[in-house]
Design a protein around this ligand. Sequence first.
Ligand code: SAM
Length: 286
Amino acid sequence: MSECEREAARLPMPPMELRQLVGPTEDVAYDNASGERIWGDLVYGPLEPGAAYRRVFDFGCGCGRQARQLLLQKEPPGVYVGVDISRKMIEWCQQHLGRENVTFHYHDVWQPNYAPDNTRRLTLPIRQHGSDFTLINAHSVFTHLLECQTRFYLEEMRAMLAERALLRTTWFFFNRDWFPPLAPHQHCVFLDDQIPTQAVYYDWGFFVDLMHEMGFRILDAWWARTSGYQSLIWLGWGEGFEDNPAVTPPDTVLGFGYSRARHVGTGPYGSELKTTSPQEHDPAAT
Ligand SMILES: C[S@@+](CC[C@H](N)C(=O)[O-])C[C@H]1O[C@@H](n2cnc3c(N)ncnc32)[C@H](O)[C@@H]1O
């Protein structure tokens, strides 16, 4: 039995009830059979291969899915800190994955799906959980955060990063051109009127500006493979990172690529509506 197999046998799998809360339920999404670095060598900017894994902060770590994968690496992170608003997921992680230099912390912020019994507030500081992190991971978390929360937590994260560090983040994006009714100060669209944080879509142009305003560089993207799903963005912090001009949304990101918003003339409510009489569109109908 290899050292990786021995470690895998020591680390239990989260129960199905908790896996269902975070999304992926199959074992492979929690495992790391090869023991390789789960996101590759991360040779971005000035970083040496693997250096980013030295100190990892996992924001919205859920039931330890990626913590478990990281701990199964042949070279696990020197320090791992996970934070989540779900008390029961954090308690499971503390009990089953916690050890020296691997800690999990409950974050008492309200969200109606994941933490309906928490104190009714949108943010709480996280910087007390450590500094000098070389990698901050937030997988499927900003996809549930309102703009004010996003700004708050990105600012917290800036205070927690090492001099040169990476952020691994996922987002739902859309092309603002497709939503003319958005006022200049509005940058998000939502799916649900009762629980807006079920899924929050961000205007790509706003996202780029916000990252630059905060001093992050946009290094790389792993775009949504299915239209409208989340995309993964790698951000760099500190000297030696440059924006990657090749990072532009493809047609799986809402409103990009396949078409453009068009102006098609006037209608009874101004320019938004176009008549759809069959005569006009279907010559065979006359
Ligand atoms: C889709 S799950 C992803 C969990 C984990 N990152 C993974 O990939 O397995 C979203 C997680 O974000 C957490 N979350 C939602 N809002 C949060 C907030 N405001 N602060 C911290 N965690 C939050 C939820 O409790 C949940 O565990």
